[in-house]
Design a protein around this ligand. Sequence first.
Ligand SMILES: Nc1ncnc2c1ncn2[C@@H]1O[C@H](COP(=O)(O)OP(=O)(O)OP(=O)(O)O)[C@@H](O)[C@H]1O
Ligand SMILES: [Mg+2]
Length: 260
Amino acid sequence: MHPKLEVRGVTKTFGSGAGSVTALAGVDLEVAPGEFVSVIGPSGCGKSTLFNILAGLDSPSTGQVLLDGAPCAADDLLGRIGYMPQRDLLMPWRTVLDNTILGLEIRGVSRREARLEALRLFPEFGLEGFERRWPSEISGGMRQRAALLRTFLAGRDVILLDEPFGALDSLSRAGMQQWLLQIWETHRKTILFVTHDIDEALFLSDRVYVMSHRPGAIVDPVSVDIPRPRDYEVTTSVEHVERKERLLELLRPTREVLEA
Ligand SMILES: Nc1ncnc2c1ncn2[C@@H]1O[C@H](COP(=O)(O)OP(=O)(O)OP(=O)(O)O)[C@@H](O)[C@H]1O
Ligand SMILES: [Mg+2]
């Protein structure tokens, strides 16, 4: 069986000549159908650049992206992969409900039908009772859940989540991580997830890829063969701490650059 998503030797350079920036210097990774895979790496190493390429919003300078085994240009990828960008991008002039149905509307579903479909998922996403509120009236965690619901409703089987919980405090974050695993287990999506947080990556993922400091390149993935469903207590287990040490070790060349 093909991987659901595969990245082969992707590089990306912005601009040309003296002012050019190489954001990605050779990224290889794959995600199997239904897998939850994370990418972890320091700020500026090219994670969001990689996601923009996977979503078809930008093209690689060299290398290939394959979806279901077929090489895809940016135009082929556009609209085929669900993407929750780093900022939640809720539209302030739309209610919470109408923000969540954007992907459905873009697909041509009528507003009435889209609203009905979204409303069915409001309880599961912890948004019941807030349908008619404006984004400015709900909490940060709720905004993230609304943006996630919008991404899920767009109906793609591969979903990219770029630091969805980056702005939350650690308590809300742990709650959201457990909730996300439940959602993923019920809806059976393939997820590629970006985070700066090693505990978060290990708790959520089947595999964790480490990206080196800019220009980003991928170093070996670390497998996380902890049975599911997982309880948050696994993050204090000996195996978890060993994997964490391994990831810290892989990230060390990066830390040396940052601390120099
Ligand atoms: N459109 C662009 N034009 C020029 N340079 C860009 C562009 N987009 C990103 N870059 C540069 O590419 C590098 C990688 O940026 P990117 O946003 O992918 O990093 P990141 O790993 O997502 O960082 P963070 O963890 O802070 O979100 C940075 O040096 C950034 O300045
Ligand atoms: Mg980013």
